[in-house]
Design a binder for this molecule. Structure first.
Ligand code: ATP
Length: 435
């Protein structure tokens, strides 16, 4: 089993990973702020995704499109008409629920009453606002509920300027907003979150193969970054579960503390979106294959992941409790590529000579890695803090260091200690910290 829910939420708060938004005003439900460690962890998750999806491939390029887009985009994509969830309200306690997520569709999970729900009504999840100083129906805009449409509307811009030939992908990481009926489970379901999406355009005849290929690649991305394979599974959507645009979908699911739930969806979106934008905009978004002398609307395979949701899964999966010499040791066994701080530099005591040498060691490392210098409390407590935030290496400067110019490097997982010359520390760490 992955870690207990409350344990991770408490650790995230106590150590400065994630705070409730607007906490000093009583908190804004379903919004979260990422603290000094959280912002590094989230950024590392996004960087790893970008690295594998864009940097390591010739056939995928990046994009950063605006959150605010023409409302026409959402008419064409179908979001204005049908991006909704079925909302029911309990007549006894007035609590509102998403019908398709209820364990028992007749029983209110808030007050326990049976048969008290109103008829379901479709609730559109898009946040609405106004562009410009006047609030009128003419200047309504929406906060994007997915990053994908920004990619579709730039298909031709990117294809032409980056001179891409099919099959190719366009990747984007960014904020998305959904006015969820029942947000919750910490950062699993929030109203403001971050997505990592890639639209892979291909010939319709290739779509089935590319779909299978991306399902495999995306599953492997999580295990490669340390998620326990037994905590991860692929689930194929039933035909009646498929979104209106999809010919097939696999979810990558993680074993969250409440059970299996979605981390990422990989969908065969067919030519639905490009076709819809061709019709609505009147622009030509078809593709011409010169060699085959064929013009067609490409199919699209979409791996769509949540950056914030994945961050939660990485935290849960990394959490480990061990017994060391009769005492509990808490370790976040994050893959070093994800760890917020890569190296902690610790003087054994606050003696000025040690602090001064610590400063020199730290300065030689900080241009390469996020590091932390900690001079407080006993060395044991400082090791415990670094274990709890997942720091892979601690470099300790002790009294002998002043004479022999050597330091001790401690490994988070094995707790083994190596004595290393100060000038060799950077090389020693570089060999172990893969980026
Ligand atoms: P659900 O059915 O749970 O509402 P969905 O199937 O509509 O989710 P998608 O539209 O496929 O979700 O979104 C792709 C990914 O974006 C999800 O797999 C998830 O990681 C992330 N995501 C979606 N909604 C949220 C949210 N409210 N909070 C955090 N992450 C989200």
């Amino acid at each position: 089993m992955p870690a207990d829910f409350d344990t991770i939420v408490n650790l995230a708060k106590k150590r400065g990973f994630i705070f409730q938004s607007s906490e000093i005003y009583g908190g804004l439900r379903s919004a979260y702020d990422y603290g000094p460690l959280g912002v590094e962890l989230l950024r590392n998750v996004k960087d790893q995704w970008w690295h594998s999806m864009v940097r390591m491939r010739d056939d995928v390029v990046g994009l950063d499109s605006a959150i605010l887009q023409s409302p026409e985009v959402w008419v064409a994509s179908g979001h204005l008409e049908s991006f909704s969830d079925p909302l029911v309200e309990c007549r006894d306690c007035n609590s509102r629920h998403r019908l398709d997520k209820l364990k028992d569709p007749d029983k209110c999970p808030t007050c326990g009453s049976s048969g008290t729900f109103t008829e379901p009504r479709e609730f559109n999840l898009m946040f609405k606002t106004h562009m410009g100083p006047v609030e009128s129906d003419d200047n309504v805009v929406y906060l994007r509920p997915e990053t994908a449409q920004g990619i579709f509307i730039n298909f031709e811009n990117v294809r032409r300027t980056a001179r891409m030939k099919l099959p190719f992908g366009i990747a984007q990481i960014g904020k998305a907003f959904r006015n969820e009926i029942t947000p919750g489970q910490f950062i699993f379901r929030t109203r403001e979150f971050e997505q990592m999406e890639m639209e892979y355009f291909c010939h319709p005849d290739d779509a089935a193969d590319k779909f299978q290929e991306w399902v495999g690649l995306r599953h492997r991305w999580y295990t490669d970054l340390g998620i326990t394979p037994e905590h991860l599974r692929l689930r194929e959507h039933d035909v009646d579960e498929l979104a209106h645009y999809a010919a097939g979908t696999f979810d990558v699911e993680y074993l969250f503390p409440w059970g299996w739930d979605e981390l990422e969806g990989i969908a065969n979106r067919t030519d639905f979106d490009l076709r819809a934008h061709i019709e609505r905009s009147g622009e030509d978004l078809t593709y011409f294959d010169q060699e085959a002398n064929e013009r067609f609307v490409p199919y699209v395979i979409e791996p769509s992941a949540g950056a914030t949701r994945a961050t939660f899964a990485f935290l849960l999966d990394a959490y480990t409790e061990e017994e060391v010499k009769g005492e509990k040791r808490v370790v976040l066994k994050l893959d070093p590529r994800l760890a917020p701080i890569k190296v902690a530099v610790l003087p054994l005591s606050r003696k000025p000579e040690l602090v001064e040498t610590t400063g020199r060691v730290a300065d030689a490392l900080r241009s390469r890695w996020p590091i932390e210098v900690d001079v407080t409390q006993s060395i044991g407590r400082r090791y415990r803090r670094q274990d709890e935030i997942g720091t892979p290496y601690c470099v300790t400067v002790d009294f002998d260091s002043l004479d022999d110019n050597q330091v001790t490097v401690r490994d988070r997982d094995t707790m083994a200690q190596d004595r290393i010359p100060i000038e060799g520390v950077s090389t020693y760490l570089a060999e172990r910290l893969v980026t």
